[in-house]
Design a protein around this ligand. Structure first.
Ligand code: PCA
Length: 347
């Protein structure tokens, strides 16, 4: 397996055929991303890219970003060195996209749906109940990717890869069986869609980055939120909250992107290596997300939280909210949005 992986990794770095790459990537496991690092190119003048990321160093997205950076560093023989800055330490989550657009940072990672206010297209992965499993999320991404890529290109950005968070559920500090129970609750939102869910549930949304989540819960600025088991685990929210309701409402993505001028400054070989490793990183990160998905929930429970599927009444109400929001999204995203949803549904 080792030899096979090495050979495949070498070919990936060279190939320009996306379909060939995709097939090869499917034959690789998660660990393969680091294996690419075996193929050092000739040493050359070094380019250094700082890559700000919003989520904590221990988070699987950040870990995956670091593996991506390491593989690029070694595969290019140090020609391109990418340095990851996790936890919003270089730029805060809501500053990262602008920083990369303007060239203050050459590359970065951000929650894609955080830009939904700029363009509805970016919110395609946060429509409640449109794509609720990893498999569905892969298909939706396949349908949406060309449009997202084009929209980013118009904003001076090159898309590298995107990885889904585990499915989203609801965190509360009390038992909640219906929207009547959640009325008036202060709710931490991470994008426009989560704020809208809160509104439709009669709650009071407030936008807060994951990096500031714990403080918001500790000070009572927020009493509930929607997220994956991953963020609940990373932020040890059992210290403040008691209930997690599995809803599997959607799987939002983080994406990694590059400033267009920084990208153009790379030679074609280096660009190909980066694109090849980015494809590996997308697959490896997605596999990791899926593998950890259930484990995170066991950790919430092990730390005292009541982890359970949302009850029928709550789920029914959430599904109605999802239907409302799907309609709103299609209206906002127009023909382009409708084409993505139609293509996804036909898969
Ligand atoms: N965690 C991120 C976004 C989605 C998720 O699962 C957060 O809560 O900020």
């Amino acid at each position: 397996m080792k030899i096979k992986t090495k050979v495949i990794a070498k070919v990936i770095a060279k190939t320009k055929e996306d379909s060939v790459k995709a097939t090869m990537l499917k034959t690789l496991g998660v660990s393969a991303i680091a294996t690419v690092a075996v193929f050092a190119g000739a040493p050359a003048a070094a380019e250094k890219w700082d890559m700000p990321m919003a989520y904590s160093d221990s988070n699987f997205h950040t870990q995956n970003g670091k593996a991506f950076a390491e593989a690029v560093n070694v595969a290019t023989g140090g020609k391109l060195e990418i340095v990851v800055h996790g936890g919003g330490s270089l730029f805060k989550g809501n500053e990262i996209k602008r920083a990369v657009q303007t060239g203050q940072a050459p590359a970065g990672e951000r929650l894609l749906s955080a830009h939904q206010n700029e363009s509805a297209i970016f919110g395609v992965d946060s429509i409640p109940f449109l794509a609720t499993s990893f498999e569905a999320s892969d298909k939706l991404w396949q349908a949406a990717r060309p449009t997202i890529e084009k929209t980013l290109a118009e904003q001076n950005l090159v898309l590298l890869y995107a990885v889904p968070w585990p499915p989203q559920g609801l965190y509360f500090n009390k038992e909640v069986n219906s929207t009547a129970d959640s009325k008036g609750v202060k709710f931490r939102a991470y994008n426009a869609a989560t704020a809208r869910v809160a509104e439709l549930m009669g709650m009071l949304p407030v936008q807060i980055e994951a990096a500031e989540l714990v403080q918001a819960l500790a000070t009572g600025v927020a009493e509930a939120f929607v997220s994956s088991g991953s963020t609940g685990y990373d932020r040890k929210v059992w210290e403040h909250l008691s209930h997690f309701y599995e809803v599997n409402a959607w799987l939002p993505r983080n994406y990694v992107f590059v400033n267009q001028q920084a990208w153009d400054a790379l030679d074609a070989d280096t660009q190909n290596i980066v694109k090849g490793i980015a494809m590996l990183a997308e697959r490896a990160g997605t596999t990791k997300s899926q593998q950890l998905s259930g484990w995170y929930l066991t950790q919430l429970a092990a730390n005292g939280m009541k982890v359970q599927p949302a009850g029928d009444q709550l789920l029914g109400e959430l599904e109605a909210i999802g239907a409302t929001m799907s309609g709103e999204w299609i209206e906002a995203a127009g023909d382009e949005g409708k084409a993505i949803v139609d293509a996804y549904k036909a898969m």
